[in-house]
Design a protein around this ligand. Structure first.
Ligand code: IYR
Length: 227
């Protein structure tokens, strides 16, 4: 069996008190992240976007294949074309393709087929998953756990954007093949998520959502008899 070279792990050891303090502080920070649907047109420097994508790209991935591509769109003409195409699909979703239950479930969010944020937000981050790899000679290489890997990277992207002081919207136009065409992506890539990123509009309001308490999301399996 062959092994590749190893290096010493960089790891910061912390006291229990420090751990708890940091864990709490990070929860407080992340708990203020909200999906924003009203964006300001204020610009965000490309350098900030680069660091956010760098963080996303630290995600673990199947066999470390890093099967993601983050497209950063700030060309107004391209944003417009993306908006037009997304609104065409969403019109069909809201006028027949979505079930009555689905439409009812979305009522609190006040969404419809209008997607002005696709033009207002300074950046559209279009996340693609690579269903397989391509080698320069034209061959294919396997990728593993692609959806899980790209989901993890996208979670880190959202956290990094929030940490940097940016608002995000996880938008899932459906179907989203139009993104492959408009961005001229190669045949091994599939659109995963469309994330407008920028600043909230002045006076931006969001639905009054409540997060599930810990006892509804956590089940502890400790030592000892029974539970
Ligand atoms: N993709 C549509 C509908 C939509 C679906 C879910 I589930 C949401 O949480 C929000 C919206 C749209 O973007 O409007």
């Amino acid at each position: 069996m062959s092994h590749s070279a190893t290096i010493p792990l960089e790891f910061t050891a912390r006291t229990e008190a420090d751990m708890l303090k940091r864990a709490r502080a990070f929860h407080v920070e992340m708990s203020t992240r909200r999906t924003v649907r009203e964006f300001s047109d204020r610009e965000v420097p490309l350098a900030v976007m680069h660091e956010i994508v760098r963080t996303a790209s630290t995600a673990p991935s199947g066999a470390h294949k890093q099967p993601w591509t983050f497209c950063l769109v700030d060309d107004p003409a391209l944003k417009r074309r993306i908006r037009v195409a997304a609104e065409e699909e969403e019109y069909l979703n809201y006028h027949g393709r979505m079930s009555a239950e689905w439409l009812h479930d979305l009522e609190p969010f006040g969404t419809d087929h209008h997607k002005p944020f696709l033009e207002t937000a300074p950046w559209l981050v279009v996340v693609f998953k690579q269903v397989h790899g391509l080698v320069p000679e034209g061959g294919k290489r396997n990728h593993y756990y692609v959806t899980e890997s790209v989901g993890l990277a996208t979670g880190l992207l959202l956290a990094a954007a929030h940490h940097a002081g940016l608002a995000t919207l996880t938008h899932t136009p459906s179907p989203m093949n139009f993104l492959t065409e408009l961005l001229e992506r190669p045949a091994n890539e599939r659109p995963f998520l469309l994330i407008p990123m920028g600043f909230p509009a002045k006076g931006c309001r969001v639905p009054d959502l409540i997060r599930k308490p810990l006892d509804q999301v956590l089940v502890r399996y400790g030592p000892g008899p029974g539970r």
